[in-house]
Design a protein around this ligand. Sequence first.
Ligand code: NAG
Ligand code: NAG
Ligand code: NAG
Ligand code: NAG
Ligand code: NAG
Length: 367
Amino acid sequence: MRRHWLLVGACGWVVLILLFASKFINFSFRIPDDYGGKSEMHSLTRPSLKSHSHSAQQSEKRDPQPSLLPSVGTSTAEFSDWHSVVQSRLELLSSVCKNATLWNLTHTPVRKFVLDRIFVCDKHKILFCQTPKVGNTQWKKVLIVLNGKFSRVEKIPENLVHDHLRNGLPRLSSLNDTEIKERLNTYFKFFIVREPFERIISAFKDKFVKNPRFEPWYKHDIAPAIIRKYRKSHSDDGEKKSAGLQFEDFVRYLGDRQGRHRLDRQFGESIIHWLTYAELCAPCDITYDVVGHHETLEHDAPYILKAAGIDHLVSYPTIPPGITRYNRTKVEHYFSGISKRDVRRLYDRFQGDFRLFGYQRPDFLLD
Ligand SMILES: *[C@@H]1O[C@H](CO)[C@@H](O)[C@H](O)[C@H]1NC(C)=O
Ligand SMILES: *[C@@H]1O[C@H](CO)[C@@H](O)[C@H](O)[C@H]1NC(C)=O
Ligand SMILES: *[C@@H]1O[C@H](CO)[C@@H](O)[C@H](O)[C@H]1NC(C)=O
Ligand SMILES: *[C@@H]1O[C@H](CO)[C@@H](O)[C@H](O)[C@H]1NC(C)=O
Ligand SMILES: *[C@@H]1O[C@H](CO)[C@@H](O)[C@H](O)[C@H]1NC(C)=O
């Protein structure tokens, strides 16, 4: 009988200890709550680029919390490490911008088309240039919440994320010249890039292979127009046509710098998925504060939030490890069987992006 009670008592202790331990477990393995707004964890040491003066002493202190999850907090040390990466990217950008021989691959006048790509968060003085296929929807949701139209990211209906008349995230082009100039001069400005060839593969897969039902024009209008003009051999059309646009057709279209213009005009807004970053965001003509890389998003996302001074308000969702890494096998797979001449033309067209953002020339495809 007594042994029975001893056992119960022991179990009670075990339960109590587990309960106690679970507090710590819960704390340290906590997944960052998506944009909930509470993140005491990082607010202790928050050096903001906008307020250098008072962050100077704070940045001496170390983050008292163990940072077990790299995607959760950016400790001050991490922040300053990444700061130097970001700065060297910006130095490269500005030196490539100055290279006269690359001029027409890197410079874009800041006209309405570019202003249409840039979204405004007045409340926190942020401008974000949208570049497809690098997690932009997440950033837009973050900014929509910051602008105050919705309290949480989860509350934004999917169909509203890209509806800029109703989602409270205006385009820079909707403002007048004085307002635009003031924002370009004083706001925190950023955008995200990725390796140009992987980006093209991603656009091709997303728009022509998966072909989302709510965007039927890629399959019904754009693909046939590209095939008509760029398919090499029309003799075996029957079989290939049923398979739709091939990556080879797409590459030939993209590499045709002169001949594309008429088609591009016909395709309208859709071309944002394969225009160069230079054409979308005018990085030589607008002085951005950060150019994030998709390949290192797990460092860039928290860095951007901190540098923009909003890391205490929002966090970027956890990025599954590895999924943003450059995958050479995939690139080789897509480009196998495409003629060197076509790949070189494609490279010529995207060379500006490769150089501006420090991506290596893919020698294994070109030589
Ligand atoms: C566990 O974490 C959640 C989410 O951060 C929090 O709301 C909850 O209070 C935590 N529970 C314990 C026991 O600390
Ligand atoms: C400028 O571009 C040319 C041609 O692409 C290249 O050979 C040269 O190294 C570049 N110079 C600088 C300073 O980047
Ligand atoms: C600039 O563009 C023209 C055509 O628009 C092209 O012929 C020329 O090669 C380009 N220059 C460079 C340096 O790429
Ligand atoms: C631009 O808009 C602001 C108000 O937002 C107004 O005060 C200003 O006069 C406008 N400037 C021009 C040039 O229209
Ligand atoms: C890279 O791509 C190939 C082919 O698409 C795929 O099988 C492989 O799993 C990918 N590797 C990684 C690390 O994602």
